[in-house]
Design a protein around this ligand. Structure first.
Ligand SMILES: Nc1ncnc2c1ncn2[C@@H]1O[C@H](COP(=O)(O)OP(=O)(O)O)[C@@H](O)[C@H]1O
Ligand SMILES: [Mg+2]
Length: 503
């Protein structure tokens, strides 16, 4: 112990201003006051919970000669508890104090190395306290657990350790779901409380240089490992904070595999392959989690390798095989509200990059206009997805998005642009049995009056009265879409029997 190193180092105990225990446990704390920081009495007051009885003064190691508080719970008076419960309780109390401490010292955003050191110090000190009713094993466990909880994703760690888990969805502190093998399951994982969940969310956001708080209660980001994270806080989510982690490294589902999973038929695959190869634009619509992005990736497999592809996403998740690939990502405004880069900016920039294909992960706003213009002026073969409940809904939403570009275009003009740019809409849906299927491939045939006309080319027909797993089939309606004629004229092979019902 050498607190004179910093020239401050008085190790003092302060009288308790109040007790702020967790779950009724009386807090007492050991303070190592750094004089240079700790002169302001208000600071001392604001750290009132650091108070401890004078007879509990202990020296602390030199490494922690910062203005940091330290705490350890004593066993609460009352009936004896089982060892496991007692361990959990101690861990939970310590964790809470550690987090409070990190927060106060503004270390929530600190780098991992620095944090690891702080956590180790904290645990070191906690362990020096004789009152902790823990055996050696539990003590070691405590270090590991606190490190994991503080540095990592807390209670979510075991879920993310399972490679089969593709999505983790947290709705408030007590409802945590995972998706495995295409199915949603509720898990036993729980956060201690809302506060705990919020801290984990803030840590995850901070790790990628983002911030989430009451003033900006939503964050959408890509983690260093490529996973995609979205988090929201109340008031935007009424019933508590949410966190959605869509994992990268989740196995990429390829075209053949998707077909084997029953997402579409071989005829649909062959048709769409010709459409993509033949540079026809494709709009993929569906609800959240319906498989749009997955389908987009599968469709993009058909893009010939020699072509130059520019992808534009809010958080890059597409994985493509092609070599000649430029990936772009939008950027939200920084804390000062500056530096925002929209999908629209990127589409405009992408057009100057001599792309053969522009793939927009999902159109959400004004970039729809630029995409349509690009599609209509020689940048054929573009692919994108749109959040919509049906192909007709997709058209309506696309029109609204074009208006978001801020040009006062008449409806009719917009619809004409859409109709001339997009020959086909693929609508995907997650059915009640959890299987994602292409519900329909619809052709946009033209305008009648002011209304774009749609016509199904392939549809999924469930059989009536089928059991838990829907039984049904993908059937061609008999319509041969007009792109086929163009494709054949351009020497792309599209056998007509694909469109024959009952063939
Ligand atoms: N046909 C499928 N079978 C099984 N899982 C699928 C299928 N299509 C997509 N998934 C999985 O469903 C989740 C959501 O898919 P995604 O393509 O991201 O949806 P969207 O882009 O519509 O929100 C992902 O975990 C993805 O791996
Ligand atoms: Mg998506």
């Amino acid at each position: 112990m050498n607190e004179n190193e910093t020239g401050s180092g008085d190790v003092v105990a302060k009288p308790a201003f109040h007790r702020r225990g967790v779950g009724g446990v009386v807090d007492w704390r050991l303070i190592d006051v750094d004089n240079s920081v700790e002169r302001d009495p208000r600071q001392a007051l604001s750290r009132a919970s650091l108070a401890l009885p004078r007879d509990h003064v202990r020296t602390v190691s030199k490494r922690t000669t910062t203005a940091a508080g330290m705490a350890a719970p004593t066993a609460a008076p009352g009936p004896p508890r089982s060892a496991a419960v007692s361990y959990l309780r101690i861990k939970s109390d310590l964790h809470q104090q550690l987090l409070t401490d990190l927060d106060r010292r503004n270390l929530i955003n600190a780098g991992e190395e620095q944090l690891a050191e702080v956590v180790e110090d904290f645990v070191d000190q906690a362990l020096q306290l004789q009152e902790l009713p823990l055996n050696d094993n539990e003590r070691r466990q405590l270090v590991d657990d606190l490190l994991e909880e503080t540095l990592g994703v807390g209670p979510l760690a075991p879920l993310l350790a399972d490679p089969a888990v593709t999505d983790v969805l947290v709705n408030g502190p007590y409802r945590v779901y995972i998706e495995r093998f295409g199915h949603l399951e509720k898990t036993d994982v729980r956060f201690r409380d809302t506060e705990h969940l919020v801290r984990i969310i803030q840590r995850i956001a901070a790790r990628v240089g983002r911030r989430i708080d009451e003033a900006s209660p939503m964050v959408d980001a890509r983690l260093p490992d490529g996973s995609r994270v979205n988090a929201t806080l109340p008031p935007v989510t009424i019933d508590g904070p949410t966190l959605s982690i869509r994992r990268f490294g989740r196995r990429r589902l390829r075209r053949e595999e998707l077909m084997n999973l029953g997402m579409f038929s071989a005829a649909m695959r062959d048709f769409l392959e010709a459409v993509v190869r033949g540079r026809k634009n494709l709009l993929i619509s569906g609800g959240t989690g319906s498989g749009k992005s997955t389908f987009l990736g599968a469709a993009a497999e058909a893009v010939p390798d020699r072509e130059r592809i520019v992808t534009i996403e809010d958080a890059a998740e597409l994985i493509l095989d092609q070599q000649h690939l430029v990936r772009m990502e939008t950027r939200p405004p920084n804390v000062e509200g500056l530096g925002r880069i929209t999908a629209r900016d990127l589409v405009i920039n992408a057009l100057r990059m001599r792309p053969d294909r522009i793939i927009v992960g999902e159109v959400r706003g004004g970039e729809a206009l630029d995409m349509l213009q690009a599609m209509n002026t020689g940048h054929d073969g573009s692919l994108t997805t749109i959040h919509a409940n049906s192909p007709r809904d997709a058209l309506a939403r696309l029109e609204t998005m074009v208006l978001m570009a801020g040009l006062e275009l008449p409806s009719r003009a917009i619809r004409e642009q859409i109709v001339s740019a997009i020959p086909l809409i693929v609508h995907v849906r997650r059915y009640e049995d959890g299987v994602r299927r292409v519900q329909t491939i619809a052709e946009i045939t033209g305008m009648e009056g002011d209304t774009p006309q749609l016509q199904d080319v392939f549809v999924f027909r469930p059989q009536a009265g089928s059991g838990k797993r829907l039984v049904g089939s993908f059937v061609p309606t008999g319509v041969v879409p007009r792109v086929v004629e163009q494709l054949r004229a351009e020497n792309h092979l599209v056998p007509l029997h694909l469109f024959q019902p009952g063939a």
